[in-house]
Ligand binder design. Structure first.
Ligand code: FES
Length: 295
């Protein structure tokens, strides 16, 4: 897979992998397709284990680009699909990998020409989240977590549905410009869990269709990004893990009125240390995903 450069391409994650003897492993993923993810059997896998855990290592991914502040890499996109009108995050197929005497499961497959794996989300402590165990049976629906005023109409835990976003082409909340898209915050693969909830930001925006088609201001968007978005978005919805890559706060799109001072009223703004991400500028990047605890 080609790695398109982002401003931080090649930078290591600010949380380095634990020290200790590392073992390089090649395995095979060829398990049955699960959860609606496009997969290719027999995909070669490079994975590492060390004394502190398993399944970490350098990984390429697609995220929403960091454009200002101390965050040093994009926030990873969560591929999604629509199932009976509800939004569901995709999860790769799972198979067993043997690594230097350890056998563990790994969720990893091809999606839109990109290798998509659970490793995309193994940072900021999420590597120990039960929701990132490769178990494909987990509930993958994006369930509302009240953050925006409009979400108070929904009970927490309710599935986010297409019909909740019907006014997305005109929606606004007096932060920045109206009509750019309607956001929500959701939990994913972690409903009802007190610890290590996986929080996801959802945005339905007309920009998604334009990005996929390479129209207007997206004419220069790389073909591999467009191909990935075509597979990882649906009906103008895009989603990403809502964990700042700086120090792990939860940023937000049009969530903080003061974001205008940082030219971020129409961006994703993290009010911990003023990092800004552009949800309309997806990019490929590389980081060192943290290993998960030994099973
Ligand atoms: S800018 Fe520091 S945690 Fe987001």
């Amino acid at each position: 897979m080609t790695q398109e450069s982002s401003p931080n391409h090649g930078q290591r994650d600010k949380y380095p992998a634990p020290s200790g003897r590392r073992r390089f492993v090649k395995g095979l993923v060829g398990a049955s397709a699960l959860s609606g993810v496009t997969t290719v059997g027999g995909l070669a896998v490079d994975a590492t284990t060390d004394q502190g855990g398993i399944g970490g290592g350098t990984v390429s991914y697609v995220g929403i680009r960091n454009i200002a502040g101390p965050a040093n890499r994009p926030m990873p996109i969560v591929p999604l699909e629509i199932s009976d009108g509800a939004l569901r995050g995709m999860w790769p197929s799972v198979s067993e990998v043997t690594a230097g005497g350890d056998t563990f499961r790994l969720a990893r497959g091809e999606l839109g020409g990109v290798t998509y794996s659970q490793q995309w989300f193994q940072y900021c402590g999420l590597e120990v989240a039960p929701g990132l165990e490769p178990d494909p049976e987990r509930d993958g629906f994006l369930r509302s977590k009240t953050t925006y005023d409009w979400q108070s109409e929904l009970p927490d835990g309710e599935k986010l549905r297409v019909e909740h976003f019907e006014n997305y082409e005109s929606w606004g909340n007096n932060i920045g410009s109206d009509g750019l898209g309607k956001p929500a915050v959701a939990t994913w693969r972690s409903q009802g869990e007190d610890v290590k909830e996986i929080q996801v930001q959802v945005l339905r925006t007309p920009a998604v269709s334009k990005m996929v088609a390479g129209e207007d201001e997206y004419a220069d968007l790389a073909g591999e990004i467009r191909d990935f978005l075509d597979a990882a978005t649906a009906e103008d919805f895009i989603a990403w893990v809502n964990r700042c890559t700086h120090l792990c706060c939860n940023p937000g799109y049009k969530k903080t009125p003061g974001s205008a001072k940082f030219e971020a009223a129409d961006k994703v703004y993290c009010n911990c240390h003023q990092s800004v991400y552009d949800p309309f500028s997806p990019a490929m990047a590389t980081f060192a995903s943290r290993p998960r605890p030994q099973e």
